[in-house]
Design a protein. Sequence first.
Length: 427
Amino acid sequence: MIIGVLGPEDSMEQARVAAQHYDIEQIIPIYYEHHQDIVPQVEKVAHKIDGLLCTGILPYQIIQANWQSYVPIRYVKHDSTTLHRALFHASYHHQLQMNRFSIDIFTPSEVMEIMNDLSLPFHEIYINESNDVQFHLDNYKQGNVDYCITALLSTYDQLRRENIPCFRVVPTSHSISRTFELLILEIEHARSDDAQISIGIIRIDQMDRLIDEWTVYDRQKLKLQLYEKVLDYGRQTYASVSYGGEHEYFIYGTKGEFLTDTSQEQRILLLRKIEKAFSISVSLGVGEGNTALEANNNARLALRAAQTHGGSTVAVRKINGHLMLRNSKEMNPFTARYDENKLVKVSEQIGLQVPYVDKIARINEHYRGKNISAYDFADAYDCSLRSARRILAMLTEKGYATLAKQDQVFEKGRKRRYYTLHIIEKL
């Protein structure tokens, strides 16, 4: 498990110490100097991490507003202990009045609860739930407060430069550990959902007719050739394949690898290849479940529905009982434009299935000699902007794309990146 930690250096050290108590393979620190750097810095490592921990609420809010995450994200919440500590330092070490200050990030109810616990008046406290440093500057210069309390390192540094008494609340070790626990649970939950068992059963339609019309030799030959086709499908989808007797073939995988959009497309292609090669009709039932028995039962029900639908059909019965049916004759066949062996090699290196590699190569051909942005790629690939950025990052890491330039399209916000694709050069 690899977790990215977004925050300033002092909080990063706390996170490293806390992470030692958990089964975390690697911590990837993500530093930023300015708030506008947060999203680009996260995007650089997004394809490497299983989850993201933000050491404060502000970077978390920026990520949530400007980045479509595909990994679990948590932020470390400031509890009452952090504010108690800041108030103690102000009073004990600097002899400042504990009830004359401005504070950000915390809500009025949170501050009021702490002041009530300390039996202190609440009326000379100025609260701003946002991150406006000017709020602190104005209140101090107007004499409304004696000092400022902030959760933001940038605000703290600016107030210090102005020689304004200020104290920074930092997350406690307990808060960071608790956030790690919640994030790990969320990552494991996402993984367990992808790890649900999926079983596929392929069966020849109208087998009784074949038994009457074909010789024993021809049926045995068909069985072996059909098994070869199914094995090839298993290799492409990283699934296990076995012959179950009674002219049935079983495919075993997980929901994460077996029920993707790519795998759904490849199941249709499998049926079309079989129909074209042997002039027979086959159906495929796919079932998912938390146990092998449940997945097998759902696969049987799906297969029955596929054959009732008229054969030449893929049926998927999900864990909630929802049934999806697709007839192979209703789908446009996928035909690779490039050498299949080279496509498979690139597919294994990138981590995308062969049809998608071929699709990217076609995009590359269209943009030959031109740069492509994530927006253009998402439109050509027919995917979300988030997925486009992730795929382009993967291609860049594996050497199939390079970052050509960055343009500031708008006055504010992230720069738009343009890439040069090199995938067709490998095909």
